[in-house]
Ligand binder design. Structure first.
Ligand code: GLY
Ligand code: MN
Ligand code: MN
Length: 444
């Protein structure tokens, strides 16, 4: 399976350390385990920043990066090997594995961190740390700093400054390397197959969760452990609930179904939405709304290129959707004015996309110094316009009510435009109807 190589993790640590002031230390804990209910834990997912710098998949671990430290700059605290615990819960790398398999210069048992980490912090002028992300660890860190402060009369030098580690890291994470893009393409390809499978399986009389099961099947078969976020399978008017999660309503002939789902590979997300008719044929109203959203998405792709700013794609979708709603008679007035007073918002209330990477809503600033950020090669984002007509919207004719459509693809900014990572799922009305018709005739 496509994965990030150890050499790339090493390059990232070096790149981070080059940005740290001399005589500093960066400290980052692994994600905690979360209890679901008695004796049951939620599936473990490593913290994205920790994963980005280490690739180390275990909980109860702490990374310290100490540029210039003679006995090694990359220090990992992690669980000790323990045959009994490993019999129950699975293998652990241990300190030997942390060095051998994850490239740590030095590794210590996590149970010894109170004795060892204050000594590594002592004498360092600045501590880089993401304050507030993990309150339990915040308290531990303050404890270690206070332990050093209590020894100033014996000559100890506590750090005098804290730096925002997340700010440095998140700007690095915003720019994807060729290897990261390969992993994101792998995740996108699996998710594309999952969406195709769900379209092929759709029938009136099934329920939304039947289609969710088809998605999960392809995700797991492709090697993904988990979806990148809770899959949305929303039929009929449920599609107008933006983060619908029940996924338990019956699929009805004549309705659309909106699926927003993507898997995660090696902690990289994909995020795809397709909307298609439960029984394989769009009604005239559904087709009109669908083709308007598709046109808005095409207009957004044209605004994604180096030098264009973050908001241009969103602005393009707003213009196409507003003009289209006027043409269909769902809004009345002059397009510029309707945009000015945000008349489109009851139909299109979210933004056209977000950064995409290790987190589905990925890190990275959207504005710099108060102005929209310019796009640069290697940035990955989603493009996901939508139109949602509430079932009780009295200002439109009844035949339009309850239609919800979103179309979402993932792109990477290239030297002269953008490349769509999720092109493997059909998207035009003709393509979707043909795919679904073929599946039905095979099943018959
Ligand atoms: N799946 C969440 C989103 O599209 O932003
Ligand atoms: Mn999205
Ligand atoms: Mn999505």
């Amino acid at each position: 399976m496509t994965r990030i190589a150890q050499s790339e993790y090493a390059r990232r640590r070096q790149a981070l350390m080059q940005q740290m002031v001399p005589g500093s230390i960066a400290i980052l804990p692994a994600a905690p385990v979360h209890v679901r209910n008695r004796d049951v834990e939620y599936d473990y997912r490593q913290d994205s920043d920790f994963q980005y710098l280490t690739g180390f998949p275990e909980p109860e671990a702490v990374l310290a990066l100490i540029p210039g430290r003679e006995h090694g700059e990359y220090v990992l605290f992690c669980r000790e090997r323990n045959p009994e615990r490993e019999l129950w819960d699975g293998l652990r790398a241990g300190q030997e594995g942390a060095v051998r398999d994850y490239g740590a210069d030095d590794a210590f048992p996590i149970d010894d961190i109170d004795d060892i980490l204050p000594g590594l912090i002592e004498g360092r002028s600045r501590v880089y740390y993401a304050l507030g992300a993990n309150p339990e660890f915040d308290r531990q860190l303050v404890g270690w700093i206070n332990a050093i402060r209590s020894k100033v009369r014996q000559g100890a030098t506590p750090p005098s400054e804290f730096g925002a580690l997340d700010h440095l890291l998140h700007d690095m994470r915003l720019f994807k390397s060729p290897a990261e893009i390969e992993v994101m393409k792998a995740a996108a390809a699996i998710s594309a197959r999952a969406h195709v499978r769900a379209m092929q399986a759709s029938r009136a009389g099934l329920s939304e969760y039947h289609l969710e099961a088809e998605l999960d099947y392809e995700f797991r078969k492709g090697g993904a452990r988990l979806p990148a976020y809770g899959s949305i399978v929303a039929s009929g008017r449920n599609a107008c609930i933006l983060h619908y999660r029940e996924n338990d309503a019956p699929l009805r002939d004549g309705d659309l179904v909106l699926i927003d789902a993507g898997c995660e590979i090696d902690c990289y997300a994909s995020d795809i939405t397709r909307t298609f008719p439960v029984s394989g044929r769009f009604s005239p109203e559904q087709k009109a709304i669908y083709e308007l959203v598709l046109a808005a998405q095409a207009a957004a792709f044209a605004e994604i290129a180096p030098g264009k700013h973050w908001n241009q794609a969103h602005e393009a979708t707003v213009r196409v959707i507003t003009a289209g709603l006027v043409e269909l008679g769902l809004l009345a007035g002059e397009v510029d004015q309707l945009i000015e007073c945000e008349a489109y918002k009851p139909f299109y209330m979210h933004r056209a996309g977000h950064w995409l990477g290790m987190d589905v809503h990925d890190v990275g600033d959207y504005k710099i110094g108060g102005v929209w950020r310019e796009l640069e090669p290697g940035m990955c984002l989603t493009v996901e316009p939508g139109i949602y007509i509430a079932h009780d919207n009295q200002s439109v004719a009844e035949r339009w009510r309850g239609i919800g459509v979103r179309i979402e693809d993932d792109v990477v900014v290239t030297a002269d435009g953008c490349e769509i990572l999720t092109a493997g799922v059909p998207k035009t009305v003709a393509e979707i109807e043909a795919l679904m018709a073929a599946a039905r005739s095979q099943a018959a």
